[in-house]
Design a protein around this ligand. Sequence first.
Ligand code: ZN
Length: 272
Amino acid sequence: MPELPEVEVTRRSFAAAIHGARVTGLRLGKPLRWPMGVDPETLLGARVGAVQRRGKYLWLPLAEAGGLLMHLGMSGSLAFLDTTPAPGAHDHFDLHTDRGLLRLTDPRRFGAVVWAAALDAEPVATLLGGLGLEPFDERFDGAHLHAALSGRRVSIKQALLAGDIVVGAGNIYACEALFMAGVDPRLPAGKLSRPRADKLALAVRTVLGQALEAGGTTLRDFRDAHGVAGSFQMQAQVYGREGEPCRRCGTAIRRIVQGQRSTFFCPSCQKR
Ligand SMILES: [Zn+2]
């Protein structure tokens, strides 16, 4: 599933090209996760502003016509094309503009395009309301992480995945950050010491920064809006490496299941 780095890579791949474009048409395919909530006709002629990202959501502001909040769900990808090929079976949203076609392809249809009058208007305000800090926000540090984890009994891995403390530490990146910080993913979240919280906060930021630089992670079919694949998975230290030797100590990487998600870790390098 596209995680924060993939969504940011997608944003960077088309934001400049679509900025200032005028909406000339809109086509909806099969229903996505939520209804769009606006008559497409009312968006015609609107000018696209600067595309922003919050967590795994993209916000496409439309001057004087609110904006569209987009989510790639489990399997979605956005393409910004300078041609207008006929929509395929999995193309469920097309925004035609005078600069090109923004197309959402989403085989599993957990993605969404939702209209709101503004970023702080419903239903967008509620969707974004529970999100934690951005990982590159300077307020996200060890002190913040330590305070937010206090009293939590879930595992540290699940506390990161929840996204209400910091966004972006999805399954791959949570595994990688815990390895980088030397923290056992099964540690009860509230037991993480302050010095280790410093290490973990830095690791979350570092891992996500590396993933951004690598153009995201291509697990199955992630591409940015120009069809370029990411390469972060080539540098994964633990994710997807069950039974293979730890790159640091040689111990076999273990896989366990936490909250129905696979966790990969080194039983020697990562301590409780
Ligand atoms: Zn190791």
